[in-house]
Design a protein around this ligand. Structure first.
Ligand code: NI
Length: 189
């Protein structure tokens, strides 16, 4: 397994609609394993394929040590709404309050192509919605009000020089930074 580079805001792949996965081959298994390794190294609770430069409809989440692989996922029903702060591994140092459904019913394929469904609530529901958005080129900052979005983008402009070529190399320093910035890993997806 290897840790992959994470694409950061400005990288076109983050705004690209993904393509459904059809081949559940060795290459896909390797990508999934590498994505888990990358997500854990970056102290995130979710990661979508576009964030590591792939246009496959594939995301992973792990909330409270419950890993899920979501392939070609679809939200079947959504109910309730709740606002909470979110961050994104592709927009380091930027956080914002986002309104999401409190409960979602999701249909997806697992890593071997077998269909399954999950009924997600709380942080898992939030993580799943954030990741499925990534598969459609959507980012959490898109939900912010004009002023909050402008402030978030200004913050990002000051952090951006740390990521040459719009790539974030994950190291143990990132984990340290999450702690120092006062944000828990639970908010970064
Ligand atoms: Ni994200």
């Amino acid at each position: 397994m290897s840790i992959l580079d994470i694409q950061v805001l400005g990288s076109p792949v983050l705004r690209t609609e993904t393509v459904p996965v059809k081949d559940f081959d060795e290459e896909l298994q390797r990508l999934i394993d590498d994505m888990f390794e990358t997500m854990y190294a970056a102290e995130g609770i979710g990661l979508a394929a576009p964030q590591v430069g792939h246009t496959a409809s594939l995301a992973i989440v792990d909330v409270e040590k419950n890993p899920y692989v979501l392939i070609n996922p679809e939200i079947v029903t959504a109910e309730g709404h709740d606002r909470a702060e979110e961050g994104c591994l592709s927009i380091p140092d930027v956080y914002g309050e986002v309104e999401r459904a409190t409960r979602v019913h999701v249909r997806a394929l697992d890593r071997h192509g077998q269909p399954f469904e999950i009924d997600a609530t709380g942080l898992l529901a939030r993580a799943v919605q954030h990741e499925i958005d990534h598969l459609h080129g959507k980012l959490f900052i898109d939900y912010l009000s004009f002023l909050k979005r402008r402030a978030a983008l200004a913050k990002w402009e000051s952090s951006k020089p740390k990521y040459p070529a719009l790539v974030r190399r994950v190291s143990t320093l990132d984990a340290q930074h999450v702690v120092e910035s006062g944000h828990s890993e639970d908010e970064v997806l």
